[in-house]
Design a protein around this ligand. Sequence first.
Ligand code: IMP
Ligand code: MG
Length: 187
Amino acid sequence: MSNTCYEADVEKILISEEEIQSAVERIGAEINETYKDSKKTLLLVGILKGSVVFMADLMKHIDRPTAIDFMQASSYGTSTVSCGQVNLRLDLKTADLENYDVLVIEDILDSGRTLSCIMSYLSARGAKSVKLCTLLNKPERRQVEIDVDFNGFNVPDEFVVGYGLDYDEKYRNMPYIGVLKPSVYEK
Ligand code: IMP
Ligand code: MG
């Protein structure tokens, strides 16, 4: 099943549904290998809202005891790099992070500001290990150094939508990653 309602808005498909699904499988295997000797439960922390489609597919490939939780953040300001610029709209519900291996799940790593703040926050909350898994990575846009532990695809510096990523809250339900026609932004 595939949605057709956005077809007129999409200029090109950057990453197909099949390419995404094989990357999701590959990342699942990498995660299983990385944590195979750990005794702790894996806690997947999805960053809302963009990560939900990726996280739902990915967790089915994880073969170890796994819990999920969510956070939502929004970053403000452009010039300073500081955690003071990140606002938590929704915090974790999970207490006692020391009982978990924490794996943050993100849709796309762009400037890195939001993620680097979230990673330090989770360490400060007591998580022994905090790793990062992102479906997409735009290395050219990086403003804060950040280690990526699991990465789906590097993408060029273009605005992309689909598979969780939105423009104006739409397009998240496309099964592939695409680039929109310039006319969409002029509406
Ligand atoms: P940053 O890494 O702190 O700059 O923020 C990354 C967030 O910006 C992502 O989680 C997305 O919500 C949003 N974002 C960045 N690039 C794109 C894009 O190409 N399409 C859709 N959302 C994007
Ligand atoms: Mg967005």
